[in-house]
Design a protein around this ligand. Structure first.
Ligand code: G3H
Length: 221
């Protein structure tokens, strides 16, 4: 499974990219607002941290032609080639823009997905990733994990190349369950990414190893 960071928090990203095998960063207008940075500064700063990792940038336009122009502008502005993904909401104009963007050779991440059909239509429109919102589904008494599972099944059954990018997480268990249901990728906030790898028994085990080995390891390195 591909892990991405769902954040524009530069210090958290720098800390995570030092050790966590992340393959990209996803952003949206809300994430930018939380960072306090304008788009140009935020994305340029993120790119300095992530190098050749994927960068997913959401468009603000509502009309398909504008979405396409906006995405093309960002791709050129940030000069990021194939690691650039235009995040396009699954509106009617968004679907139209997805097809046009793919025709123009620009990667697409279909976002704000709440149903299996929204994802399937996005895949047919050529989206490289489809992003169902797990917590936001759970919070409206729906079932985020089941939606992810159904979308994964569709991609497999219909032999589509689109990857599921599960998004909107609040718990480690949600991430565990989307992995077990075959999600190709997940984008996760920094705090939860850290929680994924934390376990008190690991800390206790490492502490014991250090104590036990203290006087035994006699080879210099
Ligand atoms: O871009 C989509 C986000 O992953 C949504 O996450 P959120 O529900 O935590 O805002």
């Amino acid at each position: 499974m591909i892990y991405m960071a769902d954040t524009a928090d530069l210090s958290a990203l720098t800390e995570l990219y030092d050790f966590f095998p992340l393959e990209g960063v996803t952003t949206n207008p809300t994430i930018l607002k939380q960072s306090g940075m304008k788009l140009s500064v935020a994305i340029e700063s993120i790119l300095k941290v992530i190098g050749h990792g994927m960068i997913h940038v959401q468009v603000m336009s509502e009309n398909a032609d504008d979405m396409v122009r906006e995405a093309k502008t960002y791709k050129n502005y940030f000069d990021v080639g194939d690691t650039f993904y235009a995040k396009i909401p699954v509106t009617p104009q968004g679907y139209k823009a997805m097809t046009a963007l793919k025709d123009a050779g620009i990667n697409v991440t279909a976002t704000a997905i709440f149903t299996q059909q929204q994802a399937l239509v996005a895949a047919k429109a050529g989206a490289d990733f489809v992003a169902p919102y797990v917590s936001r589904l759970d919070n409206i008494s729906s079932h985020g994990i089941e939606v992810v599972r159904d979308i994964v099944k569709n991609m497999t059954d219909f032999k589509l190349h689109t990857k599921v990018l599960a998004a909107s997480f609040k718990t480690v268990d949600q991430i565990h369950r989307v992995s077990m249901n075959g999600s190709h990728s997940a984008t996760v906030g920094p705090d939860l990414l850290m929680q994924l790898i934390k376990h008190p028994m690991t800390d206790i085990s490492v502490k014991t190893f250090l104590e036990d080995g203290q006087d035994l390891y006699d080879i210099s390195f």
